[in-house]
Each structure stands twice: as structure tokens, then as C-alpha cells.
Design a protein around this ligand. Structure first.
Ligand SMILES: [Zn+2]
Length: 228
């Protein structure tokens, strides 16, 4: 998900900072209690020295990979942790609030979400699954890194409870609301091949038609053999 201003109260601009302060999940899941272990940071270099940052290309609409149903992550190993680190670095570099693995061309059930863009609270979610959506859906503006120029109003639940494994394989349960809940719903939709433009009302969709057509044309010119 992309950060966008909403209701006149602009979303805070994320700033790189220490990633130490993180809210623990509300309840631990079947894997037992414990704070979320944040694996990718071990791959990141400090100030100066060699950088291990890997910024990957973000796939743009209508790349067909964005429509794939992502496969569950079967094994959490060094390769997966490397991929998660790259996903996170790519999200942070793009100033995003969330990024799902299909958006970097990997249809796996893996996503990065910043739970608190003001303070930086990025999480890696492996095999995430929403178990409860709570509250009346709210209409708010959203953007997406796969649609760099587009914004639209999307209805989302204000609070969600979901489960996800961390990079040690531990299953954790989260209870999030507000912006984090919106970002989680947006990113988990990506894992099912759903895009935020699928969720907007007919009149909003009509107003975006030209932009979408332009993106489709630009993609077709770059990828003449593909059929999105
Ligand atoms: Zn998105």
C-alpha cells in the first residue's frame, strides 16, 4: 500500500529510524507467546560500510503476476529471509506503507506492512490470514505502489484480527486498527490477486478509467508478448 493523504490530515511521512520500538502482538497464537522477531534487519548494513540493501523493481498494473493467487510459504529458510529483507527494503525505499511479494514478482504469501509509519514499525508477515474483521467499513483514500499515480476511496474494516508467521516460523496473532488495519487488508488482497481498484465504486472507477487504460497501454508497449 502507498501512503496517501486522507481527509485533510496528511499521513505522516515515514523517516528511517531505529526499528527497536515495536508493539508486540496482542495475543500469541498457537506457536506460543513472544515478541515478534524481526529477521530482515540482520541483513541491513549500518551507516557506512557495505550495504546489503536490495531494491527490487515493483511490478506495475497490469502485470499478470499481480493477478496470481499466491502460494503459501512452505519453508522459512535463509532464502526466504533474504527475500523478506529485499521486500522490506523495497517498500521502505518506495516510501510505502506495505508491499506484498507478488508486487516484486514473487507470488508467495509474504508481505511487509508498516504498522506505524510515523515511528516506523515494519513487520514481515508470512502466510497471513485475517480471522476477524471488526466494525463498520470506512471509506478512505488509498494508493498502491503498483499504481504510482492513482488514488481512490476504498471501503475497509477499521479493525482486523489476523494471524501470520514471523521469520522464525512462529505463528502470532495481531489485532490492529486504523491505518495498519487498512494496510493489512490491502496487502493481503494482493496475495489473492486482488487490487484496490477492484474495490472501488463504479463512479470512482469511471473517473480512473483513462489512467488505467494508459497504464495498460504503457505495459503492452513494454511487454508486447504478455497478456495481462
Ligand atoms: Zn498495493
Amino acid at each position: 500500500m502507498r501512503e496517501v493523504s486522507s481527509g485533510g490530515a496528511g499521513w505522516p511521512n515515514p523517516r528511517p529510524g531505529p526499528a527497536g520500538k515495536r508493539a508486540p502482538p496482542v495475543r500469541a497464537g498457537s506457536g506460543g507467546a513472544g515478541r515478534h522477531k524481526f529477521g530482515p534487519l540482520v541483513f541491513r548494513a549500518g551507516s557506512g560500510g557495505t550495504s546489503f540493501l536490495a531494491i527490487l523493481t515493483i511490478r506495475k498494473y497490469p502485470d499478470p503476476v499481480l493477478r496470481e493467487m499466491s502460494r503459501p510459504v512452505a519453508v522459512i529458510d535463509a532464502k526466504l529471509r533474504r527475500l523478506a529483507a529485499d521486500l522490506l527494503d523495497t517498500m521502505l525505499d518506495a516510501g510505502g506503507l506495505g508491499l506484498a511479494a507478488p508486487q516484486i514478482g514473487i507470488p508467495l504469501r509474504l508481505a511487509a506492512v508498516d504498522f506505524d509509519p510515523g515511528k516506523r514499525d515494519p513487520r514481515i508477515l508470512v502466510n497471513p490470514l485475517i480471522t476477524r474483521r471488526i466494525g463498520r467499513k470506512e471509506l478512505k483514500e488509498e494508493g498502491c505502489l503498483s499504481f504510482p499515480e492513482l488514488r481512490s476511496q476504498v471501503k475497509r474494516s477499521p479493525r482486523v484480527i489476523f494471524r501470520a508467521q514471523d521469520l522464525t516460523g512462529k505463528m502470532l496473532e495481531y489485532d490492529v486498527e486504523g491505518l495498519a488495519a487498512r494496510a493489512v487488508q490491502h496487502e493481503l488482497d494482493h496475495l489473492d490477486g486482488l487490487l484496490f481498484v477492484d474495490k472501488i465504486g463504479p463512479s470512482d472507477k469511471q473517473s480512473l478509467r483513462r489512467e488505467l487504460a494508459e497504464m495498460e497501454l504503457a505495459y503492452a508497449e513494454l511487454h508486447p508478448g504478455d497478456r495481462p
